[in-house]
Design a protein around this ligand. Structure first.
Ligand code: NAD
Length: 501
C-alpha cells in the first residue's frame, strides 16, 4: 500500500511547476496570468502551494466573449462527436486521477481514501453525460387533430459554473460535463480556497482536443470574478454550488440580465434511526455520513434523530466509534478525517462547540483542536440537544454531529422538517409502511432508506427549501442547460377565425 512518504514525494513532483509558474487562468485555449495574484495555502500546515492568477471583471469579460464566440460551432457539432470528445476527457482524468487526488488532498485537507475515489467519479460524470450527448436534443411529438407539435432542445448558450471548495473536482465535473454534452460553452470560476484541480481539469480538456473557448477557467474571489460572471450579459445561465446566502446574492446579481439559475446549496440533513432499525448498519452509516470528507459535505447527515428507547445504547456505541476515528495527514491512507479547509472555517466550526455548550447540549466526544499546526479538529458529537438549538438548526459543515432524541414517528417528522434546509434525509427502519409514509412527508430532495448516500447518475439530485433550486442528474441536467422549442405544423385545412372579413 502506498504510504504517506510516497504520496508526499509524488505530490512534490506535481506541484513543482505550480510553485514556479503559479496557477494561471485558461481563456480561449491560452494560459493567462492575472494582473494580480492571490495565494493558495495548504490546510495541513499553512505552507504556500502557489500564487494564483486573480481574475477580475475584465478577465471574465474576455472569457465570456471567448465562450460566446466558440458557442455556435460547439452547439452545432453532432452529438456523437461531442460524445467522443467527452470520453477522451474522461480518459485524461483517469490517466491523471492520482495527480488530481494528491493535489486535492493537499489543497482541501480532505482525506486520500475519499479523494482518490472522487477523482474517478469525475471521469464517470464525463462518461455518463458523454453517452447522453447524441440524444440531448431529442424532443416529443404532440399531435392534435389540427396540428402536429414537435419539440426540440437547443443548448442555452455560454454558461457560468461557480463551484465550492469541498470535493471541488468532482463537483466541477458534475456541472461542466452535462453543460458541454448539451452543447453549451462554459466559464468556470472555482472556489478561491481550492484552485488546483480546476486547473488540472482545464488542462485535461485542452489536451483532449476541446476547441478553444469551449471551457474557460477564471480564478478569483466571489465578490470579484464570481460576481462579474453572474452579471455578464453574454452568460445565459449560472450553475452554482455553495452556501445558501451566496445563492441569494447570485440571484440578485443575475436579475438585470435575467439569468437562469441552478442552485445546490447548504443542508442540515437528518438521519432518523427508529428502534426497529438494523442498528449495526445504521451506526456505520451515521458515522460515515457525517465524518467522511471531514463533514464538509452538503449531503452529510449532521443531525442524528434517534428514538429515545434506544438512544442511550446507540449513543454509547457512537461515542466509542467517534473517539476512535483517525485524524491525520490527508495524504496518509490511514487517515479518516483531515484538517478543515482554512482558518476562517476552522474558527466557524469550533465556535459551534462553545455555542452547543452554552445552549446546554452535552459534548459527548471531540470538540478539541488537534496539534498546534494546521486546522485539525477531533470529530465532535453533541447529545441531549434540542431541535431549537443553533447546533441543530445551522449548517456547521465540519465533522460535527448533533443528536436529538424523539419519542415517536410524529415527533421525528416534526424535528426532521423543523429546519430551513431540505437537501437529503436518511431513514433507518425495518417497517416498510412507515418508511413509505415518512419519506413521503419528509421535506427533502433526496432520501435514502436503510442506506448511506449512494449516487446513481440518472437520478435527480437537488434540494428543497433553502437547499436549492432545480435538479441535476440524468435528463434533469439537460433541462437546465437547454431551451425547449415547440414548433406547431398545421396538418389540415382547419378553420382560422376571420377578423375584419
Ligand atoms: P460559498 O458560497 O462561500 O462559495 C462558493 C463559490 O461561490 C465560490 O467559488 C465563491 O468564490 C463564489 N462566490 C462567493 N460569493 C459570490 C458572489 N457574490 N457572486 C458569485 N460568486 C460568489 O460556498 P463554500 O464555502 O465554497 O462551500 C460550502 C457550501 O457549499 C456549503 O454551504 C455546502 O452545503 C454547499 N454545497 C452544497 C452542495 C449541494 O449539492 N447542495 C454541494 C457542495 C457544497
Amino acid at each position: 500500500m502506498t504510504d504517506l512518504a510516497t504520496h508526499l514525494a509524488k505530490l512534490d513532483t506535481h506541484l513543482a511547476r505550480f510553485r514556479s509558474g503559479g496557477i494561471l487562468n485558461l481563456i480561449d485555449g491560452q494560459d493567462v496570468a492575472g494582473d494580480a495574484t492571490f495565494e493558495t495555502r495548504s490546510p495541513v500546515d499553512e505552507t504556500l502551494i502557489a500564487h494564483v492568477a486573480l481574475g477580475d471583471a475584465a478577465s471574465i469579460d474576455r472569457a465570456a466573449k471567448a465562450a460566446k464566440a466558440a458557442f455556435p460551432a460547439w452547439a452545432a457539432m453532432p452529438g456523437d462527436q461531442r460524445k467522443a470528445l467527452l470520453h477522451c476527457i474522461a480518459d485524461g482524468i483517469e490517466a491523471r486521477a492520482e495527480e488530481i487526488a494528491l493535489c486535492e488532498c493537499w489543497d482541501t485537507g480532505q482525506a486520500w481514501r475519499f479523494m482518490s475515489k472522487a477523482a474517478l467519479r469525475g471521469a464517470e460524470n464525463f462518461r455518463y453525460f458523454a453517452d447522453q450527448a447524441p440524444a440531448a436534443r431529442d424532443g416529443q411529438s404532440l399531435p392534435t387533430p389540427t396540428h402536429w407539435n414537435v419539440t426540440i432542445r437547443h443548448p442555452i448558450g455560454p454558461v457560468g459554473v461557480i463551484t465550492p471548495w469541498n470535493t471541488p473536482f468532482m463537483l466541477s465535473t458534475w456541472k461542466i460535463a452535462p453543460a458541454l454534452a448539451a452543447g453549451c460553452t462554459v466559464v468556470h470560476k472555482p472556489a478561491e480556497f481550492s484552485p488546483l484541480s480546476a486547473r488540472l481539469l482545464a488542462e485535461i480538456c485542452n489536451e483532449a482536443g476541446l476547441p478553444p473557448g469551449v471551457l474557460n477557467l477564471v480564478n478569483g474571489v466571489g465578490e470579484g470574478a464570481g460576481r462579474a460572471l453572474t452579471e455578464h450579459p453574454d452568460i445565459k445561465a449560472i450553475a452554482f454550488v455553495g452556501e445558501t446566502r451566496t445563492g441569494s446574492m447570485i440571484m440578485k446579481q443575475g436579475a438585470d440580465t435575467l439569468k437562469r439559475v441552478h442552485f445546490e446549496l447548504g443542508g442540515k440533513n437528518p438521519v432518523i434511526v427508529f428502534d426497529d432499525a438494523d442498528l449495526d448498519r445504521a451506526l456505520d452509516a451515521v458515522i460515515f455520513m457525517i465524518y467522511s470528507l471531514n463533514g464538509e459535505r452538503c449531503t452529510s447527515s449532521s443531525r442524528l434523530l434517534v428514538q429515545d428507547s434506544i438512544a442511550d445504547k446507540f449513543h454509547a456505541r457512537l461515542v466509542d466509534r467517534v473517539n476512535a476515528i483517525r485524524v491525520g495527514h490527508p495524504l496518509d491512507p490511514a487517515t479518516e478525517v483531515g484538517p478543515l479547509i482554512h482558518r476562517t472555517h476552522f474558527d466557524k466550526v469550533t465556535s459551534y462547540v462553545e455555542i452547543g455548550r452554552a445552549d446546554g447540549a452535552t459534548l459527548a466526544a471531540g470538540g478539541l483542536r488537534v496539534g498546534g499546526e494546521g486546522w485539525f479538529i477531533r470529530p465532535t458529537l453533541f447529545t441531549n440537544a434540542r431541535s431549537d438549538m443553533r447546533i441543530s438548526q445551522e449548517e456547521v459543515f465540519g465533522p460535527f454531529l448533533t443528536s436529538i432524541t424523539f419519542a415517536d414517528e410524529a415527533e421525528a417528522l416534526r424535528i426532521a422538517n423543523g429546519v430551513a434546509y431540505g437537501l437529503t434525509g436518511y431513514l433507518w427502519t425495518q417497517d416498510l409502511t412507515r418508511a413509505l409514509r415518512f419519506s413521503e412527508r419528509l421535506e427533502a430532495g433526496m432520501i435514502w432508506v436503510n442506506s448511506e448516500n449512494v449516487r446513481h447518475l440518472p437520478t435527480p439530485f437537488g434540494g428543497v427549501k433553502s437547499s436549492g433550486i432545480g435538479r441535476d442528474g440524468g435528463d434533469w441536467s439537460f433541462d437546465f442547460y437547454m431551451e425547449t422549442k415547440n414548433t406547431s405544423f398545421a396538418t389540415g385545412q382547419h378553420k382560422i377565425q376571420r377578423l375584419g372579413a
